[in-house]
Design a protein around this ligand. Structure first.
Ligand code: F3S
Length: 65
C-alpha cells in the first residue's frame, strides 16, 4: 500500500499526522506531508486507513500495490 496527499484538497486539518504520525508529517503551514516515499508497511495499514477516513477533505489517497 502507498499513500499520497492531494495537495489541491488538503486544507491543513491535521488529522492525518495526529492519527498516523508514522506516515504523515506537517509542513511549516500545517498542511499534511507524506513521510519518506509513502510506502506503508503491513503493520501500518490500519493507520493509513484511519487517516484517510478521517481527513475532512478526502485528500488522502491509498493505492494498493
Ligand atoms: Fe490535510 Fe486532510 Fe491531513 S486536510 S492535513 S490531508 S487530515
Amino acid at each position: 500500500m502507498k499513500v499520497r496527499i492531494d495537495t489541491g484538497r488538503c486544507q491543513g486539518h491535521g488529522r492525518c499526522y495526529d492519527l498516523a504520525p508514522d506516515l504523515f508529517g506537517e509542513d511549516e503551514e500545517g498542511y499534511g506531508t507524506v513521510l519518506g516515499d509513502g510506502i506503508v508497511p503491513p503493520e501500518k495499514r490500519d493507520q493509513a486507513r484511519l487517516a484517510a477516513a478521517n481527513c475532512p477533505e478526502h485528500a488522502i489517497e491509498l493505492a494498493e500495490e
